[in-house]
Design a protein around this ligand. Sequence first.
Ligand code: F3S
Length: 406
Amino acid sequence: MKLTEKEQALLDGKHGLGLKKAMEILMALGRIYGAKEMVPVTSAQIAGVSYKNIGDPGLEFLTDWASQDARVHIPAFMNPAGIDRQIWRQLGFPEAFALKQIEIIEVLKRMGVRATLTCTPYHIGIVPQKGEHIAWSESSAVSYANSVLGARTNREGGPSALAAAFCGRTPRFGLHLHENRLATHRVLVNCKLESSADFGLLGYLIGKQVGSGIPFFQGIELPTNETERTTCLKSLGAAMAASGAVALYHVENFTPEAGVYGERIVKQNAGSIEITSMDEARTVLNHEGNQIDLVTLGCPHASLEELKEIARIIGNQQLKKPLWIASSAIVREDARANGILEIIEKAGGKVLADTCMVVAPLEEMGIKSIVTNSAKAATYLPSHQGAIVHFGTTEQCIHAAINGRF
Ligand code: F3S
């Protein structure tokens, strides 16, 4: 790989052992994927924060790296952790788990990573521009940044995103290259998508079929309201990244690169995938049984507008079952300032910051049966948490919490 003087100096250890190790990780990745050079990146989003996912070996790895004076050189942000730092005791999170989790967050903070602890950084003002190279790692955030914003990132692992944050660069391969952003599959959607849950179901179906391909969607009617559109597109991308490994998609006449990278596949006149109903996906993601331990929304993390809509649906009703809505601490504070949090809490619901249903230790907390509006969560929860899942729209989920049955 061709390195600049600065990159060679990093690799030679002239900027310390921590950065040398980071550069070695980036070099190894670049060699595996045939990169010819590095590309400067403007931000890094670091996954692999939850103690549930990385355990003691992960904590030791991070602590070692921090002791080698590794510090970030570009803005870097954490993905969700396994606890809500403010209310974990109140929610009954296990203390031993919480203490380990706090240690991980503190080590990352020492290295300069901001404890945003969210998978939707674009809801808290971190919005990369079209064409900007970044190193993000949470799959739904990667999908949103590439597809909806037109930024350029591969799906980084936790260590490679950290290495990019330390060195300010990443190997130029994969989705950093123009030729790898071309659509690989044409998808004709011949049915109406009524809700963000339907967009999640579509994502579930397409992720299964295209794997790590790049779908070009035609026929999707997006909501005219910008907030609803954002919610639908993030559900679509999150689900495709969960059932497959889609890191980029194009929507005809909407996403910023659809014209350049999508329409070629139409001209090729190749076969297309046709979707006429969401019924199959709905059946697969819904399990038998009536028990509800928890109703959970906010995967990916909810925006302020989604919280407003949830509060509107709840109104002044009381919940019979626990309702947790995952979001970021910044959005929760905005919801508090707007009186939205009060409505949700008065009904008996909770807005959780810093964490989510997939990376929190729900199994350890005895939560087995979960209702959700997220196709991504419905895909992961049975395997990650051993949970029985019921999938529905936001309204159906909230009504399940109010009525105590789905
Ligand atoms: Fe985000 Fe957790 Fe879902 S990280 S996308 S809320 S699984």
